[in-house]
Design a protein around this ligand. Structure first.
Ligand code: HEC
Ligand code: HEC
Length: 308
């Protein structure tokens, strides 16, 4: 080989090494989240990651790739091992199926688009991103059990009933409006409380319709979405919304509801949230906002113990 050829071969090797997360190719199987993953899978995952994911998620998985600047929300930092949209109880690691769904379908309203890659590459890249976090490798936290939606107890025929029930649960029993906005009048919020819990909320005012940024385990504070305005991330079907509510959003203030409320109540709230999504960005949503903003100041009833 001429000196020139040797030099250019060296240069290519250097460039390749510079673009790799682990400059050594994987030579041995690794146990990730309790599963043994073969080196050829990890090497395919690495190549796939560099080609499709690195620009945002970064060569080291830290979420700081060259295309990440200014992205809101920012790309996930895979070193943390914390995920938002897995259908498992918050605090557990996601299942491979969760990560596959997220990568295949993307996350609405974010820079995370749906990826149309082969099944082999999909599986491989998911195994590879686990190598960034000690939670999968050394510290090995448990992978969560799948939270399933089961059969919709309402169905299209009982949609209106579900929406009505969901509206009351949302504003009273579950108090989703302690983070997300309220969408009914002060008096209606109060009445829903009396009906659902025996006592109505009396701390009502313009703040009942506003949203505040919430602390999270991620680098940034997060805004609980206003469903008549923001896009939801993990799907807009009633079932996808059920799963988001039932599972909660990992690493955020939004808890797992499965188990603390019966499934039919979670379904009812999914129908209600879906009904809000249906009027997103319409004149109907605007009129609702205006009506709520212009309602007269509210005076709590003297007897707040539920006596009516
Ligand atoms: C154009 C930028 C961009 C690219 C390229 C990209 N992502 Fe993302 N990704 C994001 C953003 C932004 C988020 C954060 C969304 C959020 O927090 O709601 C994200 C989040 C994720 C999550 C976390 C989901 C959760 O539940 O917390 C996974 C997993 C993921 N991406 C995998 C991938 C994989 C695998 C690839 C390559 C095939 C990829 N991403 C390519 C921008 C990108
Ligand atoms: C303690 C605060 C808090 C409470 C209480 C709360 N949420 Fe959330 N919720 C959040 C935050 C924060 C996010 C946004 C996470 C993000 O940035 O992706 C969110 C996101 C969501 C999403 C969007 C999921 C997606 O795919 O994008 C839905 C749907 C939702 N919440 C429904 C509810 C319902 C219904 C309730 C009541 C049962 C509720 N939330 C209670 C904080 C909360």
């Amino acid at each position: 080989m001429s000196t020139h050829k040797i030099l250019s071969a060296l240069l290519v090797a250097l460039i390749l090494a510079g673009g790799c997360a682990n400059s050594d190719d994987f030579k041995e199987a690794i146990v990730l989240g309790g599963q043994e993953v073969q080196p050829e899978v990890l090497n395919l995952g690495h190549d796939t990651y560099i080609a499709y994911c690195r620009a945002c998620h970064g060569v080291n998985g830290d979420g700081k790739g060259p295309a990440s600047k200014g992205l809101r929300p920012p790309p996930r930092d895979f070193r943390q091992g914390v995920f938002k949209f897995a259908n498992v109880e918050t605090g557990y690691l996601p299942r491979d199926e969760d990560l596959q769904r997220i990568v295949r379908h993307g996350l609405g309203g974010t820079a995370m688009l749906p990826w149309d890659i082969s099944d082999d590459r999909l599986d491989a890249v998911i195994q590879y991103i686990k190598t960034f976090s000690e939670l999968w490798v050394d510290e090995f936290e448990e992978v969560g059990e799948e939270i399933v939606a089961g059969t919709d107890p309402f169905g299209a025929a009982r949609r209106d009933e579900a929406v009505e029930m969901g509206k009351k649960l949302y504003h009273a029993l579950a108090q989703c409006n302690s983070c997300h906005p309220s969408y009914i009048s002060y008096q209606e919020i109060y009445d829903a409380g009396v009906e659902m819990t025996g006592s109505g909320n009396t701390d009502l005012g313009p703040h009942s319709y506003a949203v505040e940024l919430k602390d999270s385990d991620y680098d940034s504070k997060l805004l609980p979405p206003d469903f008549t305005f923001h896009l939801v991330r993990s799907g807009e079907s009633t079932e996808a919304i059920f799963l988001a509510i039932a599972s909660g959003i990992g690493g955020t203030a939004m808890p797992t509801w499965k188990g603390s409320l019966p499934d039919d109540q979670i379904w009812a709230m999914a129908y209600y949230v879906r009904s809000l999504i249906e009027i997103r960005d319409t004149s109907e949503a605007l009129a609702l906002k205006q009506r709520l903003r212009n309602q007269p100041a509210w005076v709590a009833p003297a007897d707040t113990d539920g006596g009516r």
